[in-house]
Design a protein around this ligand. Structure first.
Ligand code: HEC
Ligand code: HEC
Ligand code: HEC
Ligand code: HEC
Ligand code: HEC
Length: 377
């Protein structure tokens, strides 16, 4: 069944898009897709992948990378952070779509992924950017665009295009999410990345065109640790006293990979403990452990961001389906211990310098994953 205006509407939106001039056939903004896939567009817009180029923290680090390694480093960053710019060689960002980060038309035109490849593990099919690859074998996009069933899009390997990466020169691990996922019980039980990060619900893929009612429309929020809902309480924390010491047990409850999920040299999770006296006054406090991967550069300076990584200086993670235990001596007079597990988008080691440069950190505030309190004997 075809709504009377569908063809005309599709022709109109595509005409608007193609009217942009030379090279525009590769350049389809999310806004265009959103004309029919409105709810999906709104979800995607709220995701950090939609901000992977524009976000001020990325931009600040990019300018550091350029100062350290020269402007040509840009090409190696945009492979993942602005893949449309990369596949259309728009390194001067003349097309607004280049700034859309990991965007619709990019993901839905990827035709192959080989995580073993060192750079750009994906193949972007530029021969027909109008042919959308997606999960359905019976998609009916009217004459809006072509559609073809893609098994790849339902698999973790698709995400490995960017969430699996080894430094091309030093060989140190940078993005480990996919590798860690492979050894998880989630992988063993057939749950790819999508099953947690793109949970499905009944609905319509293109409500404007009154498309089919389907049982499995996939959320495009790509929610991470800070998301409410499915990923809540990704970790738990217990505090106990054993043999006169404080025993802290951290459990990776929900992630289908290690915690943090990736982002070597950037994302870390800290475990801090504070001891209080009888009047709940603070007696002592310390960071007991930092989970995540940290690097040193060729001269030994540490921590440094991933592009300078010559070797790994610490690699502590909370593995999938696992528990790690940390011990802490209890100071005299302490009556209560308060332990906190905090997720940091950016290694706290970099925060002061970013603040001094007035980089907007509002979307990168640390947040508490779990907390535990214990009365002491
Ligand atoms: C990071 C890659 C990525 C981006 C960005 C992305 N998608 Fe998707 N999309 C997918 C994957 C993967 C699936 C299939 C998930 C599955 O079947 O497990 C999908 C499914 C779909 C579907 C089929 C219906 C559904 O929800 O399952 C439509 C339609 C769609 N996407 C449109 C869009 C639009 C429009 C945008 C931009 C606003 C967009 N996608 C951005 C990866 C992406
Ligand atoms: C192979 C793909 C890939 C390449 C190449 C890459 N990145 Fe990333 N980058 C990622 C992924 C994936 C994340 C998010 C990791 C996570 O959340 O687990 C990320 C996160 C970041 C972050 C944290 C961003 C934020 O907003 O919190 C910065 C900064 C960053 N990358 C900078 C760079 C720079 C600069 C380059 C080039 C020198 C680069 N990246 C190259 C995939 C890549
Ligand atoms: C004029 C309306 C319209 C526009 C604009 C549009 N689509 Fe679609 N699209 C549809 C309809 C209708 C379907 C079929 C839905 C169904 O069968 O449930 C569809 C299906 C899809 C599918 C599923 C394909 C499959 O085989 O699983 C993907 C992916 C997709 N669109 C992506 C996009 C992207 C990306 C854009 C922007 C570049 C876009 N669409 C623009 C109407 C549109
Ligand atoms: C073209 C590269 C690319 C592909 C393909 C890709 N991602 Fe990402 N992803 C990124 C980058 C870059 C970031 C970091 C964005 C930032 O923080 O600035 C990221 C961030 C994320 C986040 C972090 C969310 C948060 O707010 O902490 C999640 C979750 C995620 N991706 C899931 C997925 C899933 C699931 C897939 C496969 C369906 C996928 N990604 C495919 C590049 C990619
Ligand atoms: C069983 C559910 C599950 C599966 C499967 C899963 N994840 Fe996650 N993921 C989570 C949870 C829960 C979090 C929140 C904890 C966190 O961010 O550390 C998370 C966080 C993330 C983050 C956020 C930032 C970070 O670095 O901590 C990224 C990126 C990510 N996952 C990517 C992936 C990719 C890529 C895959 C597939 C290779 C995948 N996830 C498979 C549950 C899952």
């Amino acid at each position: 069944m075809r709504p009377p205006l569908a063809g005309g509407f599709a022709a109109l939106v595509f005409a608007l898009c193609f009217a942009q001039g030379a090279g525009a056939k590769d350049v389809r903004p999310a806004k265009l897709c959103g004309a029919c896939h409105g709810p999906i567009r709104r979800e995607w817009e709220s995701s950090s992948m939609a901000q992977s180029w524009k976000n001020p923290v990325f931009q600040a680090f990019l300018s550091d990378a350029k100062s350290a390694l020269g402007d040509t480093v840009l090409a190696s960053c945009i492979v993942c952070h602005a893949p449309m710019a990369s596949v259309s060689a728009d390194t001067r960002f003349q097309s607004p779509v280049s700034e859309e980060g990991v965007t619709c038309n990019f993901c839905h035109n990827v035709s192959a992924v080989d995580p073993a490849r060192k750079t750009a593990a994906y193949v972007f099919d530029s021969t027909d950017p109008d042919l959308m690859r997606g999960p359905y074998a019976d998609a009916d996009p009217k004459n809006a665009h072509g559609a073809v069933h893609s098994e790849l899009h339902t698999k973790a390997e698709f995400c490995a295009a960017c969430h699996s990466f080894t430094h091309p020169r030093s060989g140190v691990p940078i993005e480990t999410t996919w590798t860690r996922w492979k050894s998880s019980s989630a992988a063993a039980s057939g749950k790819p990345c999508q099953s947690c990060h793109m949970p499905s619900a009944p609905g319509q893929a293109a409500p404007v065109l009154q498309s089919k009612q389907r049982p499995d429309i996939h959320a495009h929020t790509f929610a991470g640790a800070h998301a409410a809902g499915v990923l809540d309480s990704a970790a738990s924390l217990d505090a106990a006293v054993q043999g006169g010491r404080l025993k802290l047990t951290v459990h990776n409850r929900r992630a289908g990979h290690a915690l943090p999920g990736g982002g070597g040299g950037m994302r870390v999770i800290t475990l801090t403990v504070r001891f209080e006296g009888a009047a709940r006054d603070s007696i002592a406090g310390q960071t007991l452990q930092t989970y995540g991967i940290r690097y040193a550069d060729a001269r030994g300076a540490t921590p440094v961001p991933k592009w300078l990584a010559a070797r790994v200086t610490s690699d502590r993670e909370i593995p999938p389906d696992s528990t790690v235990v940390e011990w802490c001596p209890i100071p005299p007079k302490a009556k209560r211990a308060v332990a906190t597990l905090t997720y940091h988008f950016i290694d706290p080691a970099y925060v002061q310098a970013l603040r001094a440069r007035r980089v907007d950190l509002s979307s990168h505030q640390p947040f508490v994953l779990a907390r535990a309190e214990r009365k002491l004997p």
